[in-house]
Ligand binder design. Sequence first.
Ligand code: FAD
Length: 320
Amino acid sequence: MMAKHLVIGEISNGAFRNVSFEAVAAAKMMDESAEVVGVVLGESVASVAEEMVQHGADRVLTVESEKLKEYTPDGYSQVLMEIIEQEKPDAIVMGHTYIGRDIAPKIASKLGSGLVSDAVAIEGGSTFIRPIYSGKAFEKVAIEEGLQFVTIRPNNIPALEKDTGKSGNVEAFNVEVKDLQTIIKEVVRNTSTGVDLSEASIIVSGGRGLKSEENFKMLEDLADVLNGAVGASRGACDAEYCDYAMQIGQTGKVVTPDLYIAVGLSGAIQHVAGMSNSKIIVAINKDPEAEIFQIADYGIVGDLFDIVPKLTEEFKKVVV
Ligand code: FAD
């Protein structure tokens, strides 16, 4: 019998997070012949749901309710448990995001199922590779029987090319969302504009070397030219140069961009834990002995206040 893989899509500010499409690709990689069924929950999501089909899902189920406008563990688990019961999937795949990290273990444990979290690659369809010890090593994990839950790290498994010619196959799934135990009163978004840090393909990240909140603007200018996002070390956050939402590292966000530009940060082990798997790392630091140079692909030894504005000007000439 044909396997069935559910992919939980995530919407942010009215659009899919790219990791939703990467999860569709992962579900296909697990079994090329499986039926891939997208699931989208929210207040008004039906209009965008088709995009999951365009990225490779065979059909999409939508559940619309005012109670699902913001993520809550009880709202999502009620609905997802109902969908799992009716659809009887073999695997459930989603992004290793704040939502995925919260809901996947909750439901997997309710159902007594196996969970592979934070997968960065898939081998042979059923073996998942995930970083351990803060990215210093990788382990291979397989769930040998029963329903499999998998969360995938953003920016690691490429999404399938979008086929805008594909349409249809979006169905409303009827479920009554019972009263929630958690009521979200207000959501305060610190990073309402710009590129989402955890999914950015280019990150310009600053440390205590920036010396002030105003100087962080210099990083925004560089990130803007490159269509990237700005991140930070905890040193910079502790010094109040920027918001903790921007912190990268062991106790911050884990990122895997194509390009990570580390500016005026030393490369402490706790910072490196959140960015060492970036594809290309460029470090700018005035101290040639700074630890960040040990993991950098390209290093620039010098004063960031000279180098960053020059880089921004040069990139302006070549990036269109
Ligand atoms: P510093 O170490 O002070 O480095 C500043 C750098 O800027 C220096 O290398 C200096 O040479 C350079 N510099 C200064 N001026 C210039 C200039 N003009 N031009 C060029 N370079 C210049 N840290 C994180 O980042 N993320 C985490 O998630 C995290 N979690 C932690 C968890 C725990 C339990 C603990 C104990 C610590 C954690 N830390 C974390 C903190 C971490 O140990 C470091 O203290 C922190 O990363 C240092 O920040 P920094 O590199 O900005 O500052």
